[in-house]
Design a protein around this ligand. Structure first.
Ligand code: CA
Ligand code: CA
Length: 420
C-alpha cells in the first residue's frame, strides 16, 4: 500500500453496518465481496476496527446462514475479538476523529464487560487501557510509559469523542518491589504490596488484564508535591461484589506476572488507582499512571467541569504484537484443513460448554473456538470432534483441543505462517 493510501475518510461504523445488514438479508456472497473490497483498500488500523465492529454484530447465533459465509472472513472476524494490536501514534494520527473513536469503541466493547458496554451506550465517559507488557525492572525499575490509556464517549447528539494518552502505564515498577531492595541496578523506593506467601517479603501487584473495573473519584498527591489531583480508584461495591481474582502478584520477584507466581492471583483492593506519574518515573506500584504533563488533559476528559458522572468503567485489555488480520491462515492452508463442522453439535450440554469456552477469557485454546473447528480435520482434531460427538466431559474436550492447538502451531511452523 502506498503512503497516499494511508489517509482514508471512510466511515468505518457505516461500512461495518452495511456488511452486517447484507449478511442479515441472507446475501453472504455480497457481504464477503464488500468485506474483501474494504480490506483491499483501507489502512491496517481501519481494517482492524472494521472487523471488530462487524464481529460485534454478527455470529452464528444471529445470522441464519453464517456457516455459508466465507471461511476466511469468519476466521478473521473471530480473531478480531482477541487481544488487539496497539496501532502506532503515526497510524492513529492519520485517522479522522470518528475513525479513532471507532478503533477504540470496538476494542472497548469486545474486551470490556456488560457494564462497559452499557456505560458507552449511556454516553458515559469510559476509560480503556491497552497494556504493552514490560518486566518491572525496565528502565532501571523506574518504569516506561509505553501503554496507552484512552477516554472515549459520545454526546447525546451522537458526536464521537476520544482523548488518547500515549505516555501511560498500567504496570508496576521494581523500584517499589521489596525483592529488589538490595539490587544496586534498581533505585529503590519504599516497598509496596502484600506478603502473599508469608515469607516476610511484600509481593507487588498489578490489575489482571482483560477485566473491567468500576471506579470512583478520589485524590492523589500531585507529582512534585504541590497538593492533590483528581484521581480514580475502584469502588467499594465493585471490590465487594466483583473483586475476586482481579489482581496478580509477582510472588517470585522475577519482574513478571505469570503461572510461576504460586498463589499470585488475589482479590482487588482499593489501592489500584489511576493517577499522574512523574516525568522520569512512572511512579507506579500497581496503579495506572499518566505522564504529569498530560494529566490535566486526562482530568478534563474524564471529569470536565459540571460533570455529574460518579462512576467510571475502566477496561484493561491485553494486547498482541501481531494484527489479527495477519494471523489468518491463507487460502491454501485452509483448503487442506477446512471442515464442514459447525459449533452446533446438536448436543445441548456440549454446545453450552463450547459457547462458554468461546466466551471465556481463560479459554484453553488461546484463540477462538471457531478457528479450532476449522482445523478439526487433523488427526488430533478428529479426536476432538469424536469427543464432542460422544458428549464427553469438559476436561477431555479441553485436553483434545490443546492437542489441536499444538498441531496447528506445528503446521504453521512448517508452512511459515505465524499464528497465535
Ligand atoms: Ca508497559
Ligand atoms: Ca513472577
Amino acid at each position: 500500500m502506498s503512503d497516499d493510501n494511508l489517509r482514508s475518510n471512510i466511515n468505518i461504523q457505516d461500512s461495518a453496518d452495511s456488511v452486517v445488514q447484507t449478511a442479515q438479508q441472507g446475501n453472504v456472497i455480497e457481504a464477503h465481496r464488500l468485506w474483501s473490497e474494504f480490506h483491499a483498500t483501507e489502512p491496517l488500523a481501519v481494517r482492524e476496527a472494521y472487523d471488530r465492529l462487524i464481529a460485534l454484530q454478527i455470529n452464528e447465533a444471529n445470522i441464519e446462514n453464517y456457516q455459508q459465509l466465507d471461511p476466511n472472513m469468519r476466521t478473521q472476524l473471530s480473531f478480531s475479538k482477541d487481544s488487539p494490536r496497539i496501532p502506532s501514534e503515526d497510524e492513529m494520527s492519520a485517522l479522522t476523529n470518528d475513525q479513532k473513536f471507532d478503533v477504540y469503541n470496538g476494542i472497548t466493547r469486545l474486551r470490556g464487560n456488560a457494564s462497559a458496554v452499557n456505560a458507552l451506550d449511556d454516553n458515559d465517559r469510559v476509560i480503556l487501557g491497552l497494556r504493552n507488557e514490560n518486566q518491572t525492572t525496565a528502565n532501571a525499575g523506574r518504569g516506561v510509559y509505553d501503554d496507552r490509556i484512552i477516554v472515549l464517549w459520545q454526546d447525546n447528539d451522537g458526536a464521537k469523542h476520544i482523548e488518547e494518552f500515549n505516555r501511560a502505564t498500567t504496570e508496576p515498577t521494581a523500584q517499589y518491589d521489596a525483592h529488589y531492595r538490595n539490587d544496586t541496578s534498581i533505585k529503590s523506593r519504599a516497598p509496596s504490596g502484600v506478603d502473599i506467601n508469608a515469607d516476610g517479603t511484600l509481593d507487588m501487584g498489578r490489575l489482571r488484564d482483560d477485566n473491567t473495573i468500576t471506579m470512583r473519584a478520589t485524590t492523589h498527591a500531585r507529582p512534585g508535591g504541590q497538593g492533590d489531583n483528581f484521581s480514580l480508584r475502584p469502588t467499594n461495591e465493585f471490590i465487594r461484589d466483583h473483586g475476586t481474582g482481579l489482581v496478580e502478584r509477582d510472588v517470585n520477584g522475577d519482574g513478571w506476572f505469570d503461572s510461576q507466581d504460586i498463589g499470585g492471583i488475589v482479590d482487588l483492593n482499593n489501592t489500584f488507582k489511576i493517577h499522574a506519574g512523574s516525568r522520569n518515573s512512572t511512579d507506579s506500584a500497581g496503579c495506572q499512571t499518566i505522564h504529569r504533563d498530560d494529566y490535566d488533559r486526562f482530568i478534563t476528559a474524564v471529569n470536565p467541569e459540571g460533570s455529574i458522572q460518579t462512576e467510571w468503567q475502566y477496561v484493561l485489555s491485553s494486547t498482541a504484537e501481531i494484527s489479527h488480520v495477519d494471523r489468518v491462515l491463507d487460502n491454501t492452508e485452509r483448503e487442506e484443513v477446512i471442515s464442514p463442522l459447525s459449533l452446533n453439535t446438536g448436543n445441548e450440554t456440549v454446545d453450552l460448554l463450547l459457547a462458554n469456552l468461546e466466551n471465556s477469557k481463560d479459554n484453553p485454546f488461546g484463540f477462538n473456538l471457531d478457528v479450532m473447528m476449522t482445523v478439526a480435520e487433523t488427526k488430533e482434531g478428529k479426536e476432538f470432534t469424536d469427543n464432542l460427538n460422544q458428549g464427553v466431559e469438559e476436561v477431555k474436550i479441553a485436553e483434545a483441543s490443546l492437542k489441536v492447538e499444538q498441531n496447528l502451531q506445528v503446521k504453521n511452523k512448517e508452512s511459515g505462517i505465524e499464528i497465535g
